[in-house]
Design a protein around this ligand. Sequence first.
Ligand code: SIN
Ligand code: FE
Length: 345
Amino acid sequence: MFNSLGASTLSRSGTIASELIPVDSFQAKVLVVDDHPSSRMTAVALLSVEGYEVLEADSGTAGLKRVIEGNPDLILLDVMMPGMDGFEVCRRLKEDEQTRLIPVVFITALNDKRSRIMGIEAGGDDFLTKPFDRLELSARVKSLVRQKRLNEDLDHAEQVLFSMARAVESRDPNTGDHCERLVAMGKAFGEYIQLPREDIRNLMWGGYLHDIGKVGIPDAVLLKKGTFTPEEREIMNGHVLIGEKICKPLRTMRGVIPIIRYHHERWDGSGYPDGLVGDAIPYLAQIFQILDIYDALTSERPYKRAFTPDEALELISQETEKGWRNPQLIEQFMAFIKQSVLPNQ
Ligand code: SIN
Ligand code: FE
């Protein structure tokens, strides 16, 4: 879900998400299971600096025991350990109803593809390579802890949808930690314009789920580099309808569906899927689209560098002049970004 590129983009472009939304890290507990004292200490030191409470274990068996005693929010798990290895520890945790929701991040050597495959088979949630990159570690831990908190509040069917959305994100070369930042920005901007709580929740869920329909887009289109043919464009545009269909059966998704279906409409009617004009576009979809675009602009993508907040706002305002966005909403968004990114100016 996360990659180091995303993490460094965050700091370089001054993207607001990480600054505005603390992850309650002071409350989050991370268990580090590693038989090598030196690498365990490195992880412990880095996480402590970030404000996490850190538990330690020096073997697989001790790790399992610590999980039961300490109920951590996340586990960093070394793969190669004498006695019970990391894969077995992970399998046991994922089989147990009490512990299966705790995210497990495997610590592997760089390019150890076999371990990664075995880690996925054992039910691992993510990977980190040694030596640790501080930003990468911090970004992954933050994202997974947030995800776990979310999962705790969801029923089983909702969890399936969120897992699906994560799987899509890992398939899509353009996203990185895009969804995670959208969730944070949705909350921050929603609060800024004083939306009702329910709307803020829907904006945040939209952050995770808006592109879930990409699950139905073939690799040949989703992963294509370069411009789409008209047929490919049509297939790609179908992601909003597929997404709506996937989420429709769930009553709790009712407020998110307008975001999923309409996040590519444009104010002047030139968007898709329905070519809705102006306020016929559901308000939350209008808002969400702005966040989606701003984050895409300020992030590095395979085909472009990360624009600065100022450059991004300039591009967005050109698009608004073309008629693509709600000018009033854009004005509020610009004020929000200016006070978030440049709070003292
Ligand atoms: C997206 O929905 O993330 C992008 C779709 C597109 O490339 O048109
Ligand atoms: Fe989309």
